[in-house]
Design a protein around this ligand. Structure first.
Ligand code: FES
Ligand SMILES: [Fe+2]
Length: 354
């Protein structure tokens, strides 16, 4: 259940240099590197001759020479040399994938190249605003299906039970979840009014009394999540549109589906508090690591269970609104891509003559 026509994160910008790096996205292996002009290139990591991964070859300028018999490919995937013969067969090429670097993140388009539109790349104004601090976190590797990982990121109801020391507490156990769809973005949210600050905001909010706390989970289809969470003194009785007046943090998760049982979650955060305070960044990352490893443990245990024979279907609860809508949208998108792939018939059966 992969959506191909989408921009996926291949890695942080710092993960790509002059050397050949092999990256797997949607079960396709890519060889990636920076050209001498520092643009990142992604090619199919498989020589069309004997299928040796090109990442096992070597760079000759901006080109790659296969490590087995020396066929050489340029950075648009065309073969420019076949040792031992003068002609280059027309089938001697590798696929080139559109790549774009933005906000120190490298995105790759996994679908039809002609549909790659850089306007669709995830962005938000806080990345470049001086009132906000952007801090890159880690790449969390999970042995879990990306749909289960994404579902967890549109599911505010697990927070009280999975993250009791950092992001949740018992005050939110019974608060209902709202869900809405805005184009290709799903949002699930809830407010917990007039409650004790959770661990995260005890540390970073400097609150002395009770707070109003919000959690908005935005899921940009297919697999980028923005968790907008924060707290403000309950005395302010903050409205939804005034969240910037509180301590507000965006935790971003870029999910890269590697295969059906492996997902990489590259996460970072953007905050309106402790701007330029690198010590605070490290302290927040330490808390995020605790929380996200709690999710990892749960999601990997679920993946193990899903691989065992099943005698009944999982049940659905009222809190599952976000995940249910998410899975339906992904199913629709996958179906739409599959139908588009059928395309026009090559040899129409009926020919009409006037
Ligand atoms: S396998 Fe690449 S040239 Fe033979
Ligand atoms: Fe979680």
């Amino acid at each position: 259940m992969y959506i191909r026509n989408a921009w996926y994160v291949a890695g942080w910008a710092s993960e790509f240099g002059q050397e050949l790096t092999s990256v797997t996205v949607l079960e396709q292996r890519l060889v990636m590197y920076r050209t001498n002009a520092t643009t990142v290139v992604a090619l199919e990591d498989r020589c069309p001759h004997r299928l040796l991964p090109l990442s096992k070859g070597k760079r000759i300028g901006d080109d790659i020479q296969c490590g087995y018999h020396g066929m050489t490919f340029n950075c648009s995937g065309a073969c420019i040399r076949v040792p031992g013969q003068d002609n280059v067969p027309s089938s001697a090429y590798v696929r080139a994938y559109p790549v774009e670097q933005r906000n120190d993140i490298v995105f790759v388009w996994m679908g039809d190249a002609e549909k790659a539109n850089t306007d669709l790349i995830f962005d938000m104004p806080e990345f470049t605003s001086p009132q906000w601090h952007v801090h890159q976190g880690d790449a969390l590797h999970l042995k879990a299906h990306y749909l289960n990982v994404a579902e967890n990121l549109v599911d505010p109801a697990h927070v009280s039970f999975v993250h009791p020391t950092t992001l949740g507490n018992a005050a939110s156990e019974n608060v209902p979840v709202h869900v809405d769809t805005q184009g290709d973005v799903l949002v699930a949210w809830r407010w917990i009014r007039d409650a004790e600050p959770v661990g995260f905001f005890q540390k970073f909010g400097g609150f002395s009394g009770n707070v109003d706390r919000w959690h908005y989970y935005y899921l940009h289809l297919p697999s980028i999540a923005v968790i907008d969470f924060g707290s403000a003194s309950s005395e302010l009785n903050l409205e939804e549109q005034d969240r910037n007046q509180g301590v507000r943090i965006f935790a971003l998760h870029f999910l890269t589906p590697v295969n059906e049982h492996y997902t990489i979650d590259r996460w970072l955060h953007i905050r309106n508090t402790a701007v330029d305070d690198e010590a605070a960044s490290e302290q927040m990352d330490a808390m995020f690591r605790i929380a996200f490893n709690e999710d990892k443990e749960i999601l990997e245990a679920i993946d193990e269970q899903e691989q065992l024979p099943q005698s009944r279907k999982p049940i659905r609860l009222a809190i599952d609104k976000g995940p249910t809508v998410y899975r339906r949208r992904i199913r629709d998108m996958a179906e739409q891509e599959a139908t588009e792939d059928l395309g026009e018939p090559l040899h129409p059966t009926f020919v009409h003559h006037e």
